[in-house]
Ligand binder design. Structure first.
Ligand code: ADP
Length: 408
């Protein structure tokens, strides 16, 4: 039996999922937070249908512990304890490999890769481009190697799917020598999700991936849109970092770069202050005081002007990208919405695609309102472009790619 442990390591958190590959079921998942911060917190969840029926009466499917977790190795030990105490047994479900999410693969990594010393050096070197993410990802890899020394570890990069972008899409129009020297170009992110969703979408519409022109709108706390031609990413809205493009929970997305110069000269903002402003205090949070689309929708429904503007700016930008990518692809067969906002926020989906009948896009209002965790069609039967909601599953995609590498 092949089980894969998927790990997503942040600077103070560790998310994990154990997936049984024969059935692609999640056997357990967990979140360990506040690593290195005094009072840590660990949540271990066994999906309800995995709890043996004999135990159900006294087996909570989620268990929670508070304890100090000094570092990532300690976090893995807490994870092992949780498996030991609440199951499933790792002796029975010994992972054949560990799959790690890594945010930035630069232009070096274009496919899932078995971890070696050289690979780790390269991930560390790419920290220059992703200072918040790559060092934390690497810490997780090293801790996992310590705890699982005799299984292969595989890294799956958020950027890898976008290695097929043509130079016209990935080059910034700046001094070419400066760009080359400092690796300034567009890389794109959320690739694992865009890949997974576009493949699911092809299955759902029952047509070969190779002949479809698709848009995938990954709208979570971070948000990006990708144009996919025959299964290959040809344009995506995030750039050298995950700041470019759409309006997000706390990130501005596109902005005139001269605004930074202005704020520096006029208001004395230094680079850290600008970084914080654009990454943490902008987007929906900056406009409406909350980064959660549920709250924005609620306040907007109550007539709050700031929430109304935040919603309008969000969908205005989204629609502009849909139009631009429609033009880049010369037509679109399938549009898929995914991630927290894309899967749940019907008003965002409706507003982003409103008035696009001339492009062959026609949403079915009642299908769009259906709440479900299943992939589904939300366009009318007459709509030339099929519009879908497809729940993303980045962990499963990482597990699939990990298994492919270790079986190869
Ligand atoms: P992340 O990018 O952190 O992985 P998710 O894909 O889980 O985020 O998306 C989180 C966001 O999804 C939340 O901040 C919230 O704005 C939005 N969201 C979640 N559920 C709903 C809902 N029922 N209606 C509208 N928005 C939702």
């Amino acid at each position: 039996m092949s089980d894969i442990l998927v790990v997503n390591s942040g600077s103070s958190s560790l998310k994990y999922q154990l997936i049984e590959m024969a059935t692609e079921r999640t056997l357990a998942s967990g979140l360990i937070e506040r690593i290195g911060e005094g009072a840590g917190r660990a949540v271990h969840t066994i999906p309800w249908d995995e709890v043996p029926s004999v135990d159900r009466a006294d087996a909570p499917s989620t268990t929670e512990r508070e304890l100090p977790i000094p570092d990532h190795v300690a976090a893995f030990r807490v994870m092992l304890d949780a498996f030991e105490a609440h199951g499933p047994s790792l002796a029975e479900h010994r992972p054949v490999a560990v799959g790690h999410r890594v945010v930035h693969g630069g232009k070096r990594f274009f496919e899932p890769t078995v971890v070696t010393e050289l690979v780790k050096i390269n991930i560390a070197d790419l920290a220059e481009l992703a200072p918040l993410h790559n060092p934390a990802n690497l810490q997780g890899i090293e801790a996992a190697e310590h705890v699982f020394p005799d299984v292969p570890h595989v890294v799956v990069f958020d950027t890898a799917f976008h290695q097929t972008l043509p130079p016209a899409a990935y080059s910034y129009a700046i001094d070419a020598d400066v760009a080359e020297q400092y690796r300034v170009r567009r890389y794109g992110f959320h690739g694992t999700s865009h890949k997974y969703v576009s493949e699911q979408a092809a299955l759902l519409v029952g047509r070969p991936l190779g002949e479809l022109r698709q848009l995938v709108l990954h709208l979570g706390n971070g948000a990006s849109i990708t144009a996919i031609d025959g299964g290959r990413s040809v344009e995506t809205s995030m750039g050298m970092t995950p700041l470019e493009g759409l309006v997000m929970g706390t990130r501005s997305g596109d902005i005139d770069p001269a605004v930074l110069v202005h704020l520096h000269r006029r208001a004395g903002y230094d680079f850290d202050a600008l970084d914080t402003l654009l990454n943490k205090r902008s987007g929906l949070l900056g406009l409406a005081g909350t980064n959660d689309v549920r709250d924005v929708l609620e306040s907007r429904a109550a007539g709050d002007p700031a929430a109304t503007l935040a919603f309008d700016v969000y969908v205005h930008r989204l629609k502009a990208y849909v139009g631009a990518y429609f033009a880049q692809l010369g037509g679109v067969d399938v549009i898929s919405f995914t991630a927290g906002v894309g899967e749940n926020a019907a008003p965002v989906r409706a507003a982003a695609l409103a008035g696009l009948e001339r492009l062959g896009i026609e949403l079915d209002a009642s299908r769009n309102e259906v709440r479900s965790r299943e992939a589904r069609v939300i366009s009318t039967d007459a709509s030339e472009v099929v519009v879908l909601v497809v729940p993303t599953n980045e962990e499963l995609e990482i597990a699939r790619q990990t298994l492919e590498v270790v079986e190869a």
